[in-house]
Design a protein around this ligand. Structure first.
Ligand SMILES: NC(=O)c1ccc[n+]([C@@H]2O[C@H](COP(=O)([O-])OP(=O)(O)OC[C@H]3O[C@@H](n4cnc5c(N)ncnc54)[C@H](O)[C@@H]3O)[C@@H](O)[C@H]2O)c1
Length: 364
């Protein structure tokens, strides 16, 4: 294949350090895609609860080992997410690493997805892939040409499509549950929420929270999202200042790593509940949030709606009412985690991890 070199390296390359501790993954496949020439990594962290499920990331990495580090970390997080969500699913993740400065055209993306399909198939069903950052339902349909172990195909092809609606519904339920925990009322009317990131999930949430009567301040690094703020009558704030707004809840729906010690120090909210993955810049930030009495609903519990949707809706006898109940149940899980943390004097992160580990231990 021909790789076209962009004039300047794209901004969003991932640099990720490999863990110093040896990985505890069941299997990690690292292979060079014969069609695409790209490094493909499939990390199966755990199948203790069932076939590992987690998305495929097609992204730029400064070095292929950054892609490996990402896959190791993300697959481990999927084990916790799927266990905390009560799914009979293990944790896994795949990464197709695009070298720095390289842009793929459509034919090259297709080659990459066919290679990914072969890599997934070679694991004999230990891992099922789905869309994630840089991939889509359409690209999953290409993966499907090489393996059955893929979900989230386009609806026209009999698939269940992309899961953003379900993710947003789960985050909405989590926010309502957290309001109940913090303020003693689940009524969002007049509550002031700050949403940072108005993409697939944040945009849907802004609509559902506005409909629930919340007062919104919103932001995005993409200035064109301001139209949604205007449509909903929401206030707009500069992205860099969003975390300083005095409000009830901060709702991170952009990229991960947003909760740094500095940000937590400047927060003027009572709770943080959002869709973004890996919100904590480091584990100690969970303790800083607890010390400042800011209730953080752990991201991997809050944003599990998408994976619940992919799991439940992909079943042949999928039932919408059962799915809705499972998504709404995320709110109950959030409350259980927040109460457990309060009772034991632990961080909410530790409480969510206890819940996930208990389910994993029960399956030994
Ligand atoms: N889509 C899903 O079903 C799903 C499921 C689980 C978790 N998540 C996580 O939720 C987050 C949002 O997902 P999405 O699908 O809506 O992504 P998206 O790419 O559609 O939207 C992200 C939005 O955040 C904005 N953004 C990026 N950096 C920002 C910053 N610093 N400040 C403000 N805005 C910023 C982007 O411009 C974009 O509009 C991601 O972290 C994703 O990993 C999504």
């Amino acid at each position: 294949m021909t790789i076209t070199h962009a004039p300047a390296p794209p901004a969003a390359e991932v640099n990720a350090a490999l863990p110093t501790e040896a990985p505890d993954h069941e299997r990690v496949l690292i292979t060079r895609g014969p069609r695409s020439g790209l490094t493909i990594i499939v990390a199966v962290h755990s199948t203790r609860l069932g076939q590992a499920l987690g998305g495929a990331r097609l992204w730029r990495y400064s070095h292929w080992t950054d892609g490996l580090a990402d896959a190791l970390r993300l697959s481990q997080a999927m084990t916790m997410k799927n266990a905390a969500a009560g799914l009979a699913r293990g944790g896994g993740k795949s990464v197709v690493a695009i070298p720095a400065g390289v842009t793929l055209d459509d034919a090259q993306k297709r080659d990459a997805m066919l290679d990914l399909g072969d890599a997934v198939e070679s694991l004999g069903g230990a891992y099922m892939t789905a869309e994630d950052v840089g991939t889509s339902a359409e690209l999953m349909a290409v993966v499907h040409e090489r393996t059955e172990h893929v979900c989230g195909l386009p609806a026209e092809q009999g698939g269940v499509g992309e899961p953003a609606d379900a993710t947003a519904a789960g985050v909405h339920a989590s926010i309502i549950a957290t309001l109940g925990h913090v303020f003693g009322s689940t009524d969002a009317t007049g509550r002031h929420l700050v949403i940072s990131g108005l993409g697939q999930v944040g945009g849907r949430l802004a609509r559902s929270l506005a409909a629930a009567g919340a007062r919104l301040t919103v932001t995005d690094v993409a200035a064109d999202k301001r139209a949604l703020a205007d449509e909903l009558g929401a206030a707009w704030v500069d992205p860099a200042d969003a975390h300083r707004v005095e409000a009830d809840v901060f709702v991170p729906c952009g990229l991960g790593g947003v909760l740094t010690p500095e940000v937590v120090d400047e927060f003027r909210v009572r709770a943080v509940v959002g869709a973004a993955n890996n919100q904590l810049a480091s584990r100690d930030v969970a303790r800083l949030l607890t010390e400042r009495r800011i209730v953080w609903a752990p991201d991997f519990v809050v944003n599990a709606g998408g994976v619940i949707y992919l799991d439940v809706a992909s079943e042949p006898d999928a039932d919408q009412a059962a799915l809705d109940a499972r998504i709404a149940g995320i709110g109950e899980t959030v409350v259980a985690v927040l109460r457990d943390a309060e009772q034991r004097g632990s961080t909410t992160l530790e409480a969510a991890e206890r819940l996930a580990r208990a389910r994993l231990d029960a399956a030994r």
